[in-house]
Ligand binder design. Structure first.
Ligand code: AMP
Length: 208
């Protein structure tokens, strides 16, 4: 099963991607986590991307495409994967389609967590405050100023992907504001459906 999960920052993509990956026995490939590990490990990649991420901008497509190509070729990704945080731009999606076609692979579904962007800001600010109170490490890009830029990057660069995948008949949208377990159940319902449930936004169907 090859899946992509989309949604604005704070929509709960990471949480849902981990659950899906565990249950399906496939790796969760999070480009954000890969980049954060590179920053922590102070690799060349980390040095190149640290400032960009801290400012809430997107890392250049060429860099991200390189790391994704490497990960989808790894032995553990041979039975599938769930991509979390990639693609993030139309350019990445087009190149990703080429990457898949060259390997004779198909995407099964693109899952979209639909969340009102107005609630996201408060959600992330509250989440990082609670994490700090519990003594947990808070992401450096979860501060209000950077968050505004991450949300803007989402609207300008990533939201157009919804249409891109809708046109391919792959997009399934789920209400991301439901309680976490309900969102998981709904995602599994659409993943397991032989003929996908209608996309709540446009009624399109993915071929079986
Ligand atoms: P995330 O953990 O997915 O929210 O990503 C954190 C940060 O990593 C983003 O704000 C970007 O700076 C960078 N990043 C992650 N994935 C991508 C991507 N596919 N394209 C460009 N930048 C990315």
């Amino acid at each position: 099963m090859r899946l992509v999960i989309l949604g604005p920052p704070g929509a709960g993509k990471g949480t849902q991607a981990i659950r899906i990956a565990e249950r399906l026995g496939i790796p969760q490939l999070s480009t954000g986590e890969m980049l954060r590990s590179a920053v922590e490990a102070r690799t060349k990649l980390g040095e190149q991307t640290k400032g960009i991420m801290e400012r809430g901008h997107l890392v250049p497509d060429s860099i991200v495409l390189g790391i994704v190509a490497e990960r989808i070729e790894a032995p553990e990704a041979q039975s599938g994967f769930i991509l979390d945080g990639f693609p993030r731009t139309i350019g990445q999606a087009v190149e990703f389609d080429k990457m898949l076609a060259e390997r004779r692979l198909l995407l099964d579904r693109v899952l979209n967590l639909r969340v009102d962007e107005h609630v996201l800001f408060d959600r992330i600010v509250t989440r990082s405050r609670q994490m700090a109170e519990r003594g947990e490490a808070v992401r450096r890009d979860d501060n209000p100023e950077t968050l505004r830029r991450r949300l803007a990057a989402y609207s300008e660069e990533t939201a157009p992907l919804l249409d891109y995948y809708k046109r391919q008949g792959l997009l399934i949208s789920v209400d991301g504001l439901q309680p976490i377990d309900i969102v998981t159940d709904r995602l599994f319902a659409v993943i397991n459906a032989r003929i996908a449930a209608p996309d709540e936004e446009n009624g399109s169907r993915h071929p079986s």
